[in-house]
Design a protein around this ligand. Structure first.
Ligand code: PHE
Length: 729
């Protein structure tokens, strides 16, 4: 089609008004094309005026089209009934129809075209009229030809119900010549040019207006995967420490460099296909430095360099097997060999952070491939002390200071040490790496001078990344199930290098202590407000009377099982009067009714009234003050008991321990039911009680929360029993 916009403009010269359906017919193109052309003319400015209008129209559905093709269902059914008296058995007739048979039958019946004759037993269908006209087909035909106005409105609604037609709203355009009407379109320039400026043409040129409604193009920038972000940080630390990066881009390695060069005997279980991925094509490679290979062979089979070796028949066939490297120590071996070939030994500090492969059983924290971070230092006279020192510096830069080293075994290092760090979150020591001093059986055959020692260490990149980005399933971090949004939206990796372990812990303790102190001060103020005497710290002297007549408001869903637990201990210290009531604001009291009046209220020196009422948090009212929250009510009672239980549930503990109990109390208070059921067994896993080996308020609160939330399982039950019996005695 030649320039449609121009044709449209020309058509306006004589007609003055056009609409898109008319233009589509006139130029024999799809109306959508006309609309596109109108829009491009519209963009020229006031060349045309456009107006959108809507037209309701009827369209055939698929089934409607079928009727136009083959006739209405009722007519098709009628035509299948033979003329004359014989008719056709109903069952047979239905068998001849498609799925339209049923509706055709009922419509033909109600139109009075057919009858059923049951006089012969099985029903027979006969024609009732000689001839029919298929009005439905004719009506639909008209609708198809855009003559729906010829069809009765009521019938159209009826056809719509039968899903033969549907009503559609169509948008069309009406155009008339605009203020700047023209039939010749000149493309308006989109930009000012230097030529326009110098010639002055800019004064008369009409520029294409900006479309301020246009949406910008989204700029999908690249982004680093979390593993790579963390890798960048680790690389930075190595660089700060003066290490250079090793070329670690060869995933496929020979057994020689991966194992033999490292003095790992050929029958070592790690060299089994169960642990290592071997390569089938090419299966082998044997371009090892010949003299070096001979020395490796000798040290394995016969010994040498002061070692007795492994005393077995070393085979080049085993050494040539290709594999996916199982550790980056293969790279370190190549680099150390290269270092040994230099005419004069130069000390080395090397690192790599790259991928390794192991035939692992896959689970939430293991994949068959992962990244290793590896550091190696070679120099004269370095010792295990240097090894620990370098590792210590490295981790200090990461903000990790509590390190422990545990003797371990590696075929290529002696001594070897596993590296553990104290995980502040998990409150336990976790293994984070492996290290050691490379054996002379590995270094001397390479040609490194006698007296040069090499230390090395390795750790995984995935573990710190998962901790940093709080990812607990490795499959959410690596592999085909990774959510790309996670990659795009994860923040930069900034390793918190400020405040190291101990300092941070002290900071936490002092913050908590400040909070406890402010709580105490608050209580003290209340006591003063009650006109009671206090000295420096909280004293119960004269205040005792009033302080020991308390009301506790409790929601029926959150009964104070904790208070029930404390009753035996309270009774050791006080003449206790305890009663439970129900306020009119609640329909039913809670399931726990605490009553203890062996002494009678008048002679009691601790009076506690529990009232089930409509409160959000349990609230203890003493005089004119209120203490909110079960955890704080427990603190209050523990203070009253004043060391009745040994070694004390809370107040009499040392500051550090109290801080720990405080942390637990806060954690428990903030925890949902679901989390309680995992949190508590998690802590109990390694402890007798929540804060260690001693029963504390944390246990009392947790006990209560478990009961309130119906959290029961074997470990919780066993611990609950322990809590109960410890407090009963
Ligand atoms: N290669 C060891 C591993 O895979 C790590 C290590 C490197 C140990 C260097 C000692 C020396 O765990």
């Amino acid at each position: 089609m030649q320039d449609l916009p121009v044709l449209i403009l020309q058509s306006l010269v004589s007609a003055k008004e056009q609409d898109s359906p008319g233009l589509a017919k006139k130029f024999k193109v799809d109306e959508q094309k006309i609309v596109g052309a109108i829009k491009s003319v519209e963009a020229l400015g006031d060349v045309v005026n456009t107006q959108i209008y809507q037209v309701k129209s009827w369209k055939l559905t698929g089934e409607g089209e079928e009727v136009v093709q083959s006739g209405s269902h009722e007519a098709r059914l009628f035509n299948l009934v033979p003329a004359g008296d014989g008719g056709i058995e109903q069952a047979k007739l239905m068998g001849l129809c498609g799925k339209w048979g049923k509706i055709g039958f009922s419509k033909a019946m109600s139109a009075g075209w057919i009858i059923i004759d049951k006089s012969q037993g099985s029903p027979v269908v006969k024609r009732k009229v000689g001839e029919i006209t298929d009005n439905l087909k004719q009506d639909l035909q008209k609708i198809k030809e855009n003559q729906s106005e010829l069809v009765d409105e009521k019938l159209k609604v009826d056809y719509k119900k039968r899903k033969l037609v549907e009503e559609v709203n169509e948008k069309h355009y009406k155009i008339t010549p605009g203020a700047n009407f023209t039939t010749s379109i000149t493309k308006a320039p989109t930009e000012l040019t230097p030529e326009m400026l110098s010639s002055g043409a800019w004064k008369t040129t009409s520029l294409k207006p900006y479309n301020l409604e246009a949406l910008g193009v989204e700029t999908g920038g690249g982004c680093l995967h979390p593993l790579l972000k963390v890798r960048t940080e680790y690389r930075q630390i190595f660089l700060e420490m003066g290490f250079s990066e090793m070329p670690a881009n060869n995933f496929v390695e020979s057994s020689f460099w991966n194992f033999d060069a490292l003095f790992q005997p050929q029958q070592h279980p790690a060299r089994d296909a169960h642990d290592t991925f071997f390569i089938s094509d090419p299966a082998t490679s044997d371009k090892f430095p010949a003299d070096y290979m001979e020395r490796v062979k000798k040290v394995h089979s016969e010994g040498g360099f002061g070692s007795q070796g492994y005393n077995y028949n070393w085979k080049i066939e085993e050494a040539s097997k290709n594999l996916l490297r199982t550790h980056t120590t293969a790279v370190s071996a190549r680099m150390l060999y290269r270092t040994a070939q230099a005419p004069k030994f130069v000390p080395q500090k090397l690192f790599s952070i790259d991928r390794v492969f192991r035939n692992e059983t896959l689970d939430a924290t293991h994949l068959a491939e992962f990244h290793q971070i590896e550091g190696v230092v070679a120099d004269y006279n370095i010792t295990l002390g240097h090894c620990i020192g370098v590792i210590n510096t490295f981790f200090t830069k990461l903000g990790i200071q509590k390190l422990r080293f545990k003797p371990a075994y590696n075929p290529y290092t002696e001594p070897s040490m596993e590296i553990f760090s104290y995980h502040e979150g998990l409150q336990k020591w976790v293994e984070i790496g492996n290290s050691g001093m490379f054996r002379p059986e590995m270094l001397l055959p390479m040609g490194l001078p006698d007296g040069v020692n090499v230390i090395g260490f390795g750790l995984s990149l995935e573990r710190p990344t998962m901790i940093k980005y709080k990812i607990d399933n490795i499959r959410d971090l690596v592999g085909h199930k990774v959510n790309l949004d996670m990659v795009k939206k994860n923040p930069l990796c900034r390793i918190d290098k400020s405040g190291t372990g101990e300092e941070r812990r002290l900071e936490v303790v002092s913050k908590r202590w400040a909070r406890i102190e402010s709580r105490l001060q608050c209580l003290q103020k209340h006591i003063q407000a009650m006109g009671l005497s206090t000295t420096g710290s909280v004293s119960y002297g004269a205040a005792e009377e009033k302080l020991k007549d308390v009301v506790i408001k409790v929601h029926p869903d959150k009964p104070l099982y904790s208070l029930g637990l404390l009753v035996p201990a309270l009774k050791k210290r006080f003449q206790l009067a305890l009663s439970t009531h129900c306020h009119s604001s609640v329909k039913q009291p809670g399931p726990l009714m605490l009553n203890e009046d062996s002494v009678g209220r008048s002679s009691a020196d601790l009076k506690v009234a529990v009232i089930y009422s409509n409160v959000q948090r349990s609230t203890l009212v003493v005089g004119s003050s209120e203490i909110q929250g079960e955890e704080n009510i427990l603190r209050y009672f523990s203070r009253l008991m004043d060391g009745v239980t040994a070694p004390g549930l809370y107040d009499t503990l040392d500051d550090n321990f109290i801080a720990q109990v405080d942390t637990l109390l806060d954690r428990l208070t903030d925890t949902s039911k679901h989390n309680i059921s995992t949190l508590i067994p998690g802590i109990l896993n390694k402890n007798r009680f929540l804060a260690g080996n001693h029963l504390t308020l944390a246990d009392v609160l947790a006990y209560s929360l478990c009961k309130q939330n119906n959290v029961t399982n074997a470990s919780i039950q066993a611990w609950s029993k322990k809590v109960e019996t410890s407090l009963a005695n």
